[in-house]
Every structure is written in C-alpha cells, then in structure tokens.
Design a protein around this ligand. Sequence first.
Ligand SMILES: O=C(O)CCC(=O)C(=O)O
Ligand SMILES: [Fe+2]
Length: 204
Amino acid sequence: MNLFGDAAFFDPGRKQYKDFELPDTELRLWQQFFSKEESDHYFGHLLANSPWQQRKRKMYDKTVLDPRLTAYYGGPNGLEWTPELLAIKAKVEAECGHIFNRVLLNYYRDGSDSVSWHSDTLPADGKHHHIASVTFGDTRLFKVRHKFRKDITQFEIPLTHGSFLLMGETMQDFYEHHVPKTARPVGPRINLTFRISDFKKSNN
Ligand SMILES: O=C(O)CCC(=O)C(=O)O
Ligand SMILES: [Fe+2]
C-alpha cells in the first residue's frame, strides 16, 4: 500500500507561484517553472545556437556598446521562431493565459554584464501588455523600484535557473527594473522576455 497516496506527488491545491503584493500592478513568480533537466537543455541550446549580437546605442554624442548580448525573435523585424523558443513560449502561455508574439533574449556573460534602470518600451500598438520573463543559467538579482512613490522601498528578486516572472500590464507605467553588475563570481545567464506588440495589426 502506498501510505502517501498520490497527494505526495501531485497536489492540485498547492499554489505554485508567489504574488508580490505591489501597489499599481501585478507581479507573479514561479520558481523551477522549468525542471532542472529542461532548464539545462534550454540554457545549453540557446547559448550555442542564438545569433548573439552586442548592440550599440547612441548616448548623447557617444556610441556605447550594450553590456550584454542580445537576440530578438518574432514580428516583422525579428528572427524566425525556433522550435525551442516556441516550446518555451507554449509552456509559459499555457500557465498564464497570455499569447506572446515577440521574444528578446539577453545573455549576461558574467558579473560585468548588466541592464541599467529602465521600463520596457511601449509596444508599437501604443499600450503595455503582460511580459513573461524566463531565466536559464546563473542567478542574478532583478531589482524593482516604483517610479513615483518614494515610500515604496526598492526590492530585489533573485531570478533562478528555470524561473518565470510575469509582469502585469501596468508594471512598465509604474515601475522600473534593473539587473546590476556584481563582483560575485557568477556564471553566464540567459533571460528571455516574451512580449506582445501590434498583435491585431500584424497577427504574428
Ligand atoms: O535580464 C533580465 O532579467 C531583465 C531583462 C530586461 O529587463 C529587458 O530585456 O528589458
Ligand atoms: Fe526590461
């Protein structure tokens, strides 16, 4: 007889995610949303097979290189979706109920790669949508601060291998985020942000 029953292995009542109770938006985190095996597989695959580029940005009169590598898929200007990216997208969509049509991959080679404080840019259809953020590789801190309310203290979320962070539609209006450089010896990390833009017009 199995004393533990099936409940030890599958408990449908168990909450699989954590909701950060934030003013003005929703933010939900699933740890180990992808299993260790899936995460190792996707990390290795994406690292080896993405056409990584270091983008240049104009800052006043200077051109500066982004402190990370990127690859962009979907939409009229993005790369063609790969089977792996479609599989990751499908798993995220099945959980959260939103359908995404773009993905930006960021590759942080080590602790000196980072992304500075920002809110994600307004999509071409003129409104913000949910954004699904998936991490494979080493853990980095995702810092969050409110844009207008100084009484809300800045906080940080360690985004671990296989985690899934869902940002609500109003997150970019009210909050900024940032992945700081770190002196800790950290390995490479890949982050994928699934986005929605111009969905009705381009439908791809
Ligand atoms: O790497 C991350 O967790 C965040 C990336 C990000 O903020 C972005 O690509 O806009
Ligand atoms: Fe961002």
